[in-house]
Design a protein around this ligand. Structure first.
Ligand SMILES: Cc1ncc(C[n+]2csc(CCOP(=O)(O)OP(=O)(O)O)c2C)c(N)n1
Ligand SMILES: CC(=O)[C@@H](O)[C@H](O)COP(=O)(O)O
Ligand SMILES: [Mg+2]
Length: 650
């Protein structure tokens, strides 16, 4: 911390109160440098964090955290808050295994009042905390910081509705940088831009006030006329707006990069009774030219070189590697070229889900609905009801938002909506909130829904083609990162309910079954086992539902031992279903299954998490060997029991 002398002296945010204005500005610069340096090494949400340095400093100066409670929507902008609340020393560990989380976490620090990661929850949570504090006769303040992107989420609007009704002293700070991950979209976003124009209006008014009012005789009436004209021309409502209509007091818009100004405004806001919305205008990426110039690319980044803003060449993926995201982006383009009914929908994740090429080529059939997963699914259902073939591209973790829409609006009426879930399985450094490990246990038993799990680029292509021809709801899940293929055998055409035997060895008695994004680990394990003299085959499940049970049983009966490996929660997962299918017919086959433990998994790299969950190739080998030795042991016991013991018999 030597390079950040002021920051190093801050152990508690109260200390900010003794700093001069100049020291606070210097501290803001130190914090920016610290965030840029750390994120350039660990990766993280750079642009969003750089945008709220001054706002966070002013909040901590005016209010008394943790007595006053700060709730950060999404939570990806909490780095300055972490740095000011006794975590500066550990900041270099952010988003790393065993280190600080990239999001607020209650069990990490008492200043983290509420865990976040998924968008649009802060106002609901803040209302709950405030109502609870009120009942318990506490007099603290509750502040929710929500971005213009997160405000597009339905839950945020439900909460505004409730806050306006309850009329408790909630402070909502709207951090408006006109950006979601990509440029923010929707009527609300346009409305906020209109509202933001009142800043220039106010400045204009000050100048006009002074000059016109000094004109003899006509000055005052001319001034009134100019105000009217200005309002009329830009359609600006100066005081009343959507928020005041909902029962909030509205303050702003305020420029968000002067600590002094923000401090003044927050001191004023602190005294207001009833719910208040402070509208702050910030620049995403503020203070780092590369991020200001391209805030989308610097929203969430991996390690990069500070000078150039580019990824360190030594860390770049092999250019031949095709990611699952790119494979899907390519596949949907191919389908859309063949079929003009194919439409694509994203909930504010056009870049992350690989839909940018589609958006470019078919803008009429592309819909970014904002951070609104529930709406995305029911909107897709509506498109399907009108005869279109909608494809929703979404992260597995965000599908959790839309379970009822999937069941009630899509599966129940059997509407042909295809849902492509990227980042299914272990995602890594975003941690608990973003792991895509629940989708299989949540969705594998929904009637009428087909569910596929491709691995290679060709399989992603075939799965989408199959789904669009199936005339039923279909879910397709694929992992984060590179596609994986065992070669030509994996290009075998897709057959409903069946997988593919990707490794076949002579006289093998062991079968490894892979489901999800772990085929590479499973194949490596089989190679190691083969070298050790344990012959095993590898089967890749392509369908989670429907399953062709006779075909599956026909395959399974050829083996003495089967190990099922899935990248999803093991308890209640497919491994258990296979156990049941097998036990009905072949209870003599030794069967075991491994999956992700039923736990919330904190941040680490994807590879570290695979190891931690004992799903890596070494752990798979160890598991097979352990079962083999148990098998040998039970054979010996049987022989001894039957008086047939001989070392040559095992
Ligand atoms: C439910 C949900 N959907 C999608 C996301 C992915 N996501 C994270 S941040 C973000 C944009 C947020 O924009 P905004 O609230 O304006 O914050 P900014 O990054 O501009 O500071 C999105 C879409 C998420 N975290 N949660
Ligand atoms: C905070 C958030 O939800 C997103 O920014 C998410 O971190 C994106 O993940 P990817 O980097 O995998 O697209
Ligand atoms: Mg924003």
């Amino acid at each position: 911390m030597k390079e950040y002398p002021i920051l190093a002296g801050i152990n508690h945010p109260e200390q900010l109160r003794s700093l001069t204005s100049k020291q606070l500005d210097d501290l803001a610069q130190e914090i920016r440098d610290c965030i840029i340096n750390t994120v350039s090494q660990n990766g993280g949400h750079l642009a969003s964090n750089l945008g709220v340095v001054e706002l966070t400093l002013a909040m901590h100066k005016v209010f008394s955290s943790p007595r006053d409670k700060f709730i950060w929507d999404v939570g990806h902008q909490c780095y300055t808050h972490k740095l000011l609340t006794g975590r500066a020393d550990l900041f270099h560990t952010i988003r790393q295994q065993g280190g600080l989380s990239g999001f607020p976490k209650r069990d990490e620090n008492p200043h983290d009042i509420f865990n976040t990661g998924h968008a649009s929850t802060s106002i609901s949570a803040g209302m709950g905390v405030l109502a609870g504090d009120h009942i318990q006769k506490r007099t603290n303040k509750v502040l929710c910081v929500i971005g213009d992107g997160a405000l597009t989420g339905g839950q945020a609007l439900e909460a505004l509705n409730f806050a306006g009704h309850l009329q408790q002293d909630l402070i909502v700070i709207l951090n408006d940088n006109t950006m979601s991950i990509s440029r923010n979209v929707g009527a609300l976003s346009s409305y906020l831009s209109q509202l933001a124009l009142t800043v220039s209006y106010k400045r204009f008014r000050t100048v006009v006030d002074f000059t016109i009012s000094h004109i003899p005789f006509v000055g005052k009436s001319l001034l009134r006329w100019v105000y009217r004209l200005k309002r009329g021309v830009k359609g600006i409502v100066y005081k009343e707006n959507l928020f005041t209509d909902l029962g909030f007091k509205y303050v702003g818009p305020v420029k968000g990069h002067s600590i002094e100004k923000l401090t003044d405004v927050l001191e004023h806001v602190r005294e207001i009774e009833g719910p208040v919305l402070l509208h702050v205008l910030t620049t995403k990426g503020k203070g780092y030219a590369h991020a200001e110039g391209d805030p989308s690319s610097f929203h969430g980044v991996g390690p990069f070189a500070i000078e150039t803003g580019k990824v360190d060449p030594s860390l770049k993926a092999d250019p031949k590697t095709v990611t699952t995201t790119a494979a899907f982006g390519c596949a949907i383009l191919t389908e859309a070229k063949k079929n003009d009914k194919v439409a694509a929908i994203t909930a504010a994740m056009s870049s992350g889900t690989g839909l940018l090429p589609f958006k470019e080529e078919f803008p009429q059939r592309f819909f970014d609905v904002g951070i609104a997963e529930q709406h995305a699914l029911t909107f897709a259902a509506g498109l399907a009801a009108s005869g279109m073939q909608p494809v929703v591209a979404i992260y597995s973790t965000f599908m959790q938002r839309a379970v009822d829409q999937l069941i009630h609006d899509i599966a129940l009426p059997g509407l042909p909506v295809v849902i492509c879930m990227d980042r299914s399985g272990l995602v890594g450094d975003d941690g608990e909130t973003h792991q895509g490990i629940f989708d299989m246990v949540m969705f594998r038993n929904i009637p009428g829904l087909a569910f596929l799990a491709p691995q290679s680029a060709r399989e992603i292509e075939m799965s989408l083609e199959w789904a669009l021809g199936a005339n039923q709801p279909v879910l397709i899940r694929y992992p984060k990162g590179a596609t994986y293929s065992c070669g030509e055998v994996q290009d075998t055409p897709l057959e409903e309910g069946k997988g593919v035997l990707v490794k076949k060895r002579e006289h093998s008695t062991i079968l490894l079954i892979s489901l999800g994004g772990l085929l590479k680990e499973v194949v490596s394990a089989s190679d190691i086992l083969d070298e050790k003299g344990l012959k095993c085959d590898v089967y890749q499940m392509r369908f989670i539902r429907p399953l062709n049970k006779p075909a599956l049983l026909g395959l399974l009966q050829n083996y003495e031992q089967i190990l099922f490996v899935e990248e999803g929660i093991g308890s209640g997962g497919m491994g258990e279903e296979i156990a049941m299918i097998l036990s009905e017919k072949h209870s003599d086959i030794l069967y075991d299954h491994i999956g992700v433990p039923s736990e919330f998994l904190a941040q680490a790299t994807r590879d570290q998490l695979i190891k931690q969950c004992k799903l890596d190739h070494e752990s798979i080998v160890a598991r097979v060997e352990q079962i083999q030795s148990e098998l040998r042991f039970s054979k010996v016991v049987d022989m001894v029991k039957n008086d047939k013991w001989s070392p040559h018999n095992i």
